[in-house]
Design a protein around this ligand. Sequence first.
Ligand SMILES: Nc1ncnc2c1ncn2[C@@H]1O[C@H](COP(=O)(O)OP(=O)(O)O)[C@@H](O)[C@H]1O
Ligand SMILES: [Mg+2]
Length: 359
Amino acid sequence: MPGQFGSVVVRKAWCAKLTQEMGCGRDHVWSSFVSTVCVVRDLVKTYPAARGRRGTPATPAVRATDGISLDVRRGEIFGLLGPNGAGKSTLVRQLTGLMRPDSGEVEVLGHDLVRHPERASRLIGYLGQESTALDELTVALAAETTGRLRGLALRAARAERDVVLEELGLTGIAGRPLKKLSGGQRRLACFAATLVGERAVLVLDEPTTGMDPVARRAVWAAVDRRRAEHGATVLLVTHNVIEAETVLDRVAVLERGKVIACDTPSGLKEQVAGEVRVELVWRERAPLDVPEVAALRGSAQESGRRWVLRLAPDEARAAVAAITGGAAFAALDDFTLATPSLEDVYLALGGRTKGLVKA
Ligand SMILES: Nc1ncnc2c1ncn2[C@@H]1O[C@H](COP(=O)(O)OP(=O)(O)O)[C@@H](O)[C@H]1O
Ligand SMILES: [Mg+2]
């Protein structure tokens, strides 16, 4: 395959050039560019104590990130999940060069962002948790301005603006100022602006806050498209377990400034409960003449027409396939299949649910 071979040669040459330019070890740069887009090591940030003024109580020092280490791989949608106050926003502000950590390392696409925070804006498209900077602008101008600030020529910025607004269903309100929109619409407009002037890494801090389900889905679809079509890597902060389960490839669970678990959503769920609950409701009684049904009876808790089985995921899949695909199906009134949720995982890990959202 000459094409493939060619691209490998170009990529290696490119890495060698970067190695020279950046004065780093070759292995170091090579590994960063090939698989790991973002490396965080032992990141610590303490907000100092503040004296109370005019009757307000003093606030103690808060260690908001307490030795966080993470690796985000190329092309993955990586999530930071945790309740309010867990340190998610503090972490991503350090990761995007906006806040200097007390100690620790941040490397994005081979760049040391603790030493060179000014490089972050060229690498990362960041949507902060609170975005008020664009409030005076119209939706269209917010998107166009972001593109211009990222170095696009006017014509290119406008073309990208139009594509992104259309993609997110914002064309109809393009001429309205952000400050006159609903919270969810404003958030969607800010998200749109983040996408103009493509960046290799997107860091999104609770992008779907306040959005209705249609807007949320538009955000997730847009994120997925950036990954699929442009190879973008996405770091998504959320305190919503449903969002975490449906959107993320891997998730780091944060609690009081520490990562308490990091895995795929299903991997996390297997850690705490390797079982799936299968509930079968028969129309009249179980058709025991069907061998698959007879085989399941031993592991079923029976109560009238209802059978409850707790099975390993593979067994549950096989059982459902056998029952819904075969002769037993006609005798079946209803069935449900439930896996432990990320919220169960979170609780089992010792997390507090306060601040985690289920809807
Ligand atoms: N600018 C700040 N000054 C002092 N404390 C802060 C500041 N920002 C955040 N904190 C504190 O740091 C902790 C982590 O906050 P944050 O990173 O915003 O968490 P999250 O995004 O997970 O809700 C909280 O206890 C919060 O009160
Ligand atoms: Mg936050």
